[in-house]
Design a protein. Sequence first.
Length: 255
Amino acid sequence: MTLTYVLLAVLASAQSSARDSLMAEGARLAPKEPAAALVRFEAVLATDSSDVAANWRAAIALNDMAQPLRAAALRARRDSLYSRAERDARRAVRLAPNAAPALFSLGLVLGNRALTRGIKERIRMAGEIRGLALRALAADSAHDGAHHLLGRWNYEVLTLSGVERFVAKNFLGGTVFREASWDEARRHLERAVAIDSTRIFHRLDLARLYAAREEPAAARAQLERILRLPDRFAADTSYRREAAELLAKLHKRPQ
């Protein structure tokens, strides 16, 4: 064994150790401090842009940073973050086309980005989002995020106005919208909750579905549970507020 070989081996080991340390620290920070986590993931990518996990984790961190930016004055910043998130997620999918986390990260980013766009853009993106969720579940049937993504996709399509759905299906090429069903929305959102019962966002969207289907008791049960759950993610404070607002509305409905 030559000295050069030994030195290269030591260097490779040190780089691997540094990468693992950055990824572990980023994963720890990501739920509540996505911006701090992103610094770690991008440090890994600066050394190796083909690191699959660093790409999809960076995409999710950027997505989580973009989501709260709803004010008009913050729109440019939000769109920039989503653009960067889509870039990283697409790279992850190119590198690992059958990896559930990579597929989910791209579906997540596109799904949230679509909500900021007009009907034409949402229709254009709809088929890809659904396809990514289905591929993620084919790779990992217990991926709670992918179940949520597919359940939310069905819910969003079905809660479009009748006019929007008609125009989408008949004039804008949105034939994939015909695949949406309330049964699929319910099945996947309930499965997401079953897999990760303490994820506030899962229960909030399931409650919204129950409310839309005129099942107020079931919706209230989910919302009341949310109010007792601990915060795990940066957005949970906002989700808890939305849950409380929806619960108040449901309490005002005739029993």
